[in-house]
Design a protein around this ligand. Structure first.
Ligand SMILES: [Zn+2]
Ligand SMILES: [Zn+2]
Length: 403
């Protein structure tokens, strides 16, 4: 389910003639270069930050993406798409605009797009995550004047456990189930999250079974050199009754409640891996035994650290908690504006529409004064990200560094 409902309510900022990226009905557009970044309507030239479906769409005349996105893009959009690939850090010049891609730490091949023209530098983040997970190069801060950031989890309540804590929890749950002779079914998005779980779990606990939607993406990761433990299809003869009692099952959320799941028995334990699991009620609505707080997007401290790391004075905020983040940044001395986009949330379980009101009621991010809301968090952005100029108490930024 897409969570783009908030985004369409936002109005685009008044664009200046000097802007290197403006919001157009087709997508984010670079006027001097005459190309788009992750456009949602067909265009002649598109730079694609990563292969999630809300960012990589069919029908463009020319695609530019990171080398490691080739496998997933061709698999999802067709083998014959006109694709030009680029390694991280290498510059191509197009109509006087210097374009380069830099690690975003989100999924395999994910990239931030750096644009340089006329002495200005803009960076479009695409989706990003600041903690390294071993399945793609970690997020790299890129100095710029203007940073276009996502804000999928742009509320102070979103704070992810470290990789170590997360996988200790997942392993303990799986081990306990295996010892009790029941399967552990973990619902997760098929591209990115499933491979991150495979890479992070203790594969000595038992066999791992993956849904048919997951295995082709495992193959792309393995081909790119990312080590993943052996995976089995449920039809594999080795996956007999006894094996299934100890197995970890990775399946997309859409598999929940389908006949495919019945093979693992009525006593299988099920769980959901998502950043939304941090919100009270999401797990309950999902009807699963366990919720693991796990996202491929930056949490609040991650967003703060990333924005700080760019040194940018101008921030453009796209999909997610746009109004909250814009207000927070503005109150802390930055020039922040919203960009209207059509990006969704590939986690697939965003609390959109029917779920959104209850999420808002529980977190109440918009109605509460942001400064008050931040006060409620003892470990505020400044302490957990190393920032000193954006205080938990909301003290205005006096010394944000020049680019
Ligand atoms: Zn994504
Ligand atoms: Zn996105």
């Amino acid at each position: 389910m897409a969570c783009g409902t908030l985004n369409v309510l936002m109005s685009a900022p008044p664009s200046s003639a000097n802007d290197l990226v403006i919001a157009r009905p087709e997508g984010l557009y670079c006027p001097p270069g005459d190309f788009y970044i992750d456009p949602w309507r067909p265009v002649d030239r598109a730079v694609i930050t990563h292969a999630h479906s809300d960012h990589a769409r069919t029908g463009h005349g020319h695609y530019l993406a990171h080398t490691d996105s080739a496998g997933t893009l061709r698999q999802r959009l067709g083998a014959s798409i006109p694709l030009q690939t680029l390694p991280y850090g290498e510059v191509v010049e197009h109509q006087g605009v210097r374009v380069s891609l830099h690690p975003a730490g989100h999924v395999l091949g994910s990239a931030q797009v750096r644009l340089e023209h006329g002495g200005r530098v803009w960076v479009a983040s695409g989706d990003y995550k600041t903690e390294a997970d071993g399945t793609c190069p970690p997020f790299e801060p890129v100095r710029c004047d203007t940073f276009i950031t996502e804000s999928t989890f742009g509320l102070p309540i979103y704070r992810w456990p470290t990789q170590a804590v997360l996988f200790a929890d997942i392993n303990a749950w799986w081990r306990r189930n295996a010892e009790a002779g029941r399967a552990s079914v973990l619902l997760c998005y098929a591209f990115g999250k499933a491979q991150r779980i495979l890479h992070g779990v203790d594969a000595s606990i038992g066999p791992i079974v993956v849904h048919g939607a997951v295995e082709p993406l495992n193959a792309v990761y393995r081909a790119a050199g990312v080590p993943l433990p052996p995976t089995h299809r449920v039809t594999d003869p080795a996956m007999d009754r006894e094996a299934l009692k100890r197995c970890l099952v990775l399946a997309p959320p859409s598999a929940q409640g389908t006949p495919w799941m019945k093979r693992f028995g009525a006593d299988a334990s099920d769980a959901f891996a998502s950043g939304w699991m941090q919100v009270r009620g999401t797990r309950r609505r999902r009807g699963v035994d366990r919720g693991f707080v796990m996202s491929d997007h930056a949490d609040w401290p991650g967003l703060m650290a990333a924005i700080k790391g760019t040194g940018a004075e101008h921030i453009r905020v796209t999909h997610g908690s746009v109004p909250v983040l814009v207000r927070w940044l503005t109150e802390n001395g930055l020039d922040a504006q919203a960009f209207e986009t059509a990006y969704g949330d590939e986690d697939g379980e965003a609390p959109a529409q029917d779920n959104a009101p209850s999420v808002r009621a529980e977190t109440d991010p918009v109605r509460a004064e942001p400064v008050e809301a931040f006060k409620a968090f003892p470990e505020g952005p400044s302490t957990s990200s190393g920032r000193t100029d954006i205080e938990v108490e909301g003290k205005a930024s006096q010394d944000h560094p020049a680019p």
